[in-house]
Design a protein around this ligand. Structure first.
Ligand code: NCD
Ligand code: ZN
Length: 347
């Protein structure tokens, strides 16, 4: 049977998105809001979003940055630091500001300098979250420079995540942007407690793409893409229908200048092409019938939120998307992600 040429699914949500602030927010927000009804907004601004009042003000700025014709609901997260305040977490949650809190191990990734140095530091915060039913979203990489960059996720599972789950039996956790077979297996082994997001870029290429014919900064993100066997495990999990796995683009815009330089930033800006790339992957895996579960049903179920009533339509025709978008108020631009392989879906 030939694959469909039109795909109608419930409007999806993006459970992991970096929208930034100021001119970058002005440039990027519309691209996420065009495709997604809701987004879990990452709090790694400079300085990070640690107070409910800051998150609420940031949420207002996001709403103002989205054209009124597009309905988009930003779901805010708290950036956990070593002195994360349990009272602030619970209060922000009960006031309807926070949906979750994000754990960045200190120095693991972009803007994580204020992150957590050891889990013991945030034990009280995690206890409070557990009681309040507030999920913990995890950047799952150890930061020990002795650990090879390609092993940092797998080591994190054993050294940090396993003990954390043991100490906080009631805490719901999302392993964000999974990049390894081990990460997939870990989520599968903890049904009901653990969710996992998977990005379009980690589904589309393996680590070779970063070095093909030279160094390709626009394929560089953290966690870094791994070997092909890991990409295949991600593809199997995303298209399996397992409710633990859901969509999180990790769209992470940086200006072209700050990626195309001697020490380029980590992050892939995929918001304009996210659903098209996911549809391509699901088509290649003969699993287009599972796309709606991954993109629109599993996430809200994990977070205990209603599913969206509106629908979106994807069409089987070659991807049409800009190569880059401009950042207002200067001469900066952001390069839009495009896999090396064809994308035959348009939005
Ligand atoms: C993200 C960013 O730029 O904020 N970068 C990335 O490579 N994914 C941070 C993150 O999610 O690790
Ligand atoms: Zn991220």
């Amino acid at each position: 049977m030939s694959p469909p040429t039109i795909l109608s699914i419930r409007r999806p949500d993006d459970w992991h998105v970096h929208l930034r602030d100021g001119p970058m927010l002005a440039a990027c927000a519309v691209h996420t809001a065009r495709q997604f009804a809701r987004g879990i907004i990452m709090p790694n601004l400079v300085p990070p979003v640690t107070k409910a009042a800051e998150a609420s003000a940031y949420r207002d700025r996001i709403r103002r940055a989205v054209p009124a014709s597009l309905k988009f609901d930003p779901l805010m997260t708290c950036y956990l630091t070593d002195d994360a305040d349990p009272v602030e977490l619970v209060r922000g949650k009960s006031e309807g500001v926070w949906v979750a809190a994000k754990l960045y191990p200190a120095h693991a990734t972009t803007n994580s300098a204020h992150g957590v140095t050891s889990m013991a530091q945030i034990a009280k915060a995690l206890e409070a979250m557990e009681k309040a039913g507030m999920p913990l979203l995890v950047h799952g990489e150890v930061t020990d420079p002795e650990v090879d960059i390609f092993d940092r996720e797998a080591v994190f599972l054993d050294k940090v995540l396993m003990p954390l789950l043991r100490h906080h039996q009631g805490l719901k956790v999302v392993l964000e942007h999974i990049t390894t077979r081990e990460g997939i297996g870990f989520v599968e082994a903890h049904p009901g407690r653990l969710g996992g997001t998977i990005t379009p870029h980690h589904l589309s290429y393996n680590r070779n793409a970063i070095f093909k014919g030279g160094i390709r900064p626009h394929f560089y993100c953290l966690p870094i893409a791994k070997r092909e066997k890991h990409r295949l495990a991600l593809r199997r999990a995303a298209t399996s229908g397992n409710p633990a796995f859901f969509l999180g683009t990790d769209t992470a815009p940086h200006t072209a200048d700050s990626k195309e330089c001697a020490c380029g930033c980590a992050g892939v800006f995929n918001a304009p092409v996210a659903m098209q790339v996911y549809a391509q992957v699901f088509m290649e895996e003969n699993a287009l019938d599972k796309l709606e579960a991954f993109a629109s049903l599993n996430g809200p179920r994990f977070y205990g939120l209603p599913i969206n009533e509106e629908r979106i339509i994807l069409r089987a025709k070659p991807l049409a998307a800009p190569q880059r978008i401009d950042v207002p108020g200067g001469n900066q631009s952001i390069v839009v992600f495009r896999p090396d392989t064809p994308v035959e879906w348009s939005f």
